[in-house]
Ligand binder design. Sequence first.
Ligand code: PRT
Ligand code: ZN
Length: 285
Amino acid sequence: MSKLKIAIQKKGRLSDKTLQLLRECNIRYPNGGDILRAESSNFPIEIFFLRDDDISRYVAADIADIGIVGENVYREAKQEVDLIEYLGFASCRLSLAIPKHYEYKDLSFFQNKRIATSYPNILESFLYKRGVTASIEFISGSVEIAPSIGLADAVCDIVSSGSTLMANGLKEVKKIMDSQAVLIANSRLSTTKKELLDELLFRIKAVLKAKENKYILLNAPNDKIENIIKILPGIKSPTILPLANKKWSSLHSVIQEDQFWEIIDELKQAGAEGILVAPIEKMIF
Ligand code: PRT
Ligand code: ZN
């Protein structure tokens, strides 16, 4: 039987969350320390564990059918592969940064400057579109050190909390792109492989949707229920169940995680009591 081959990062910032996502999709695989290849026991999928820099190329070259990488690495690789889904983890941004004592007004700062980066393709096209000519110095790691050792005037690197830049006496001056983990696929998949990808994608979407939402339960006097329903943005309409005390009901609904705190206050003011909020494992529509 045909198997879908997925390339994922062996070890690094993407690997734990990627494996967690596969587990949440109920894909079981043998987890031994140093394996480079594994077959799932309950889904027709084979997992390759690779360096993230190689994943796009392997997917483009038909060695793997699909892969999970940071969008930054996918864009930099410039391979002909399709971006299928944003996965919501490993969020970061690619930014330009300069020594903190320099004054910065706009991108003309970078004209004829030397910029150290591991993302020469993204940087080159960003600067070209904005009419800036700079010398791009490729470095594969520890980019932030480049200005202090005289290798470059500025850097273009991944930023998350910003503390690495700060520790190296740099300040972020311009964001080039936001990034997060993405699912990519070979653009010439066979019908069978496409069907397998669709099944996997269906599960991934159910897991992602569930993460965005919370299940909420609350009790309220019957005469307040109508008002409370107006506050709750439920999937269709909330479920209302009678309680032992005939004047009270229990109301169940789903709310988005980011609406949660705003709504909680409103709900309490509207007469809701015993509010419980629980995580949802999967959401299917
Ligand atoms: O060995 P392999 O080649 O597979 O891994 P890698 O070392 O190239 O990549 P890895 O594991 O470090 O990162 C994988 C992906 O995670 C990246 O391509 C990004 O998409 C994403 N990601 C998310 C990050 C960060 N956050 C991040 N903070 N990648 C790198 N960093 C580094 C950054 O380069 C800088 O040195 O962390 C530092 C900045 O962090 P802050 O928090 O100090 O700003
Ligand atoms: Zn890498």
